[in-house]
Design a protein around this ligand. Structure first.
Ligand SMILES: NC(=O)c1ccc[n+]([C@@H]2O[C@H](COP(=O)([O-])OP(=O)(O)OC[C@H]3O[C@@H](n4cnc5c(N)ncnc54)[C@H](OP(=O)(O)O)[C@@H]3O)[C@@H](O)[C@H]2O)c1
Length: 261
């Protein structure tokens, strides 16, 4: 199977590091022109110059702050005045960790702005040209927590459930335009986010970070943490013509972490 995204234009959130960066890299390697989007302009500038251009790809970046929805709205609206997107990867940084007992009502509002409002607003804008072109791919970076909530990630558990339900509704609405909408249920991947969460957990439990990681690996069927590159392969497939009949799904990429059917 040949995955070609030549002439496709992709917008990838949270792509100066971790999972988003690996997705952007793989989409670009498959021929897509990528707009990177995250906070640090310095990192974005560095990464954009490293993306492949051997298939005539033209890459760019957009510096945004997902924590400030008002500003984000303005920046992304301006972007869409001058750009169209065929492949949208909705991905932001994770919300703050903490249990349901620790989190207060305002924390949920903040997480809602970050994980839900940015996604819905960006998708609304992207859908304009996708509908006109009768082709589109929307990929939401979600979490295995929508199937098995994690006790110390109450905000993520709650709001991601809303995102995947919204995505399912949207998939039904836009399928007639050859636009697919899928959620990827992320397991454990080797990124800064996981390192930060592990550091917090190690501190709480008074143990070494390496011990937290070992325990984490032991819960995964294949006994290891995922390489973000592996995430990129799935995203490139979902973004391709080959995946035209896959929509409205929740696809785990977790090495067998989820134990539910
Ligand atoms: N890694 C895992 O195992 C795992 C598991 C389940 C779910 N997830 C979820 O998957 C998503 C990606 O995770 P990840 O591990 O790749 O995270 P990560 O390594 O922390 O990367 C986050 C990305 O978001 C950007 N970012 C951070 N703050 C930002 C802001 N205020 N505005 C705009 N961009 C910002 C970062 O760029 P800058 O440095 O430029 O700010 C970076 O590119 C998160 O929502 C996470 O909760 C991850």
């Amino acid at each position: 199977m040949n995955i070609s995204l030549k002439k496709r234009k992709a917008l990838v959130g949270g792509s100066s590091g971790g999972i988003g960066k690996a997705i952007a890299q793989q989409l670009a390697e498959s021929g897509a022109s990528v707009t990177l989007m995250s906070h640090s302009e310095e990192k974005l500038n560095h990464i954009v110059n490293d993306l492949p251009t051997d298939q005539g790809q033209q890459h760019q970046y957009l510096a945004v702050d997902f924590n400030n929805f008002k500003d984000y709205k303005q920046v992304i609206s301006t972007y869409f005045e001058n750009n169209t997107v065929d492949i949208l990867v909705n991905n932001t940084q994770g919300p703050a960790a903490g249990s349901a007992l620790e989190k207060k009502v305002d924390d949920y509002q903040t997480a809602f702005d970050l994980l839900f409002k940015t996604v819905v607003f960006t998708t609304e804008l992207a859908l304009q040209s996708m509908t006109e072109n009768n082709w589109g791919r929307i990929i939401n970076v979600a979490s295995v927590s929508v199937k098995e909530p994690l006790s110390y990630l109450a905000l993520s558990n709650s709001i991601r459930a809303a995102v995947v339900t919204w995505a399912k509704s949207l998939a039904t609405d836009v399928g007639k335009h050859n636009i697919t909408v899928n959620n990827v249920l992320t397991g454990y991947f080797d990124t800064d986010r996981i390192a930060q969460l592990n550091a917090k957990k190690a501190e709480q439990l008074g143990i070494e970070q390496s011990q937290v990681r070992k325990e984490m690996e032991s819960r995964v069927a294949v006994q290891r943490i995922g390489d973000p590159k592996e995430y990129g392969y799935l995203a490139a497939f979902l973004a391709s013509d080959n995946a035209a009949y896959i929509t409205g799904t929740n696809i785990p990429i977790d090495g067998g972490l989820l134990k539910s059917l």
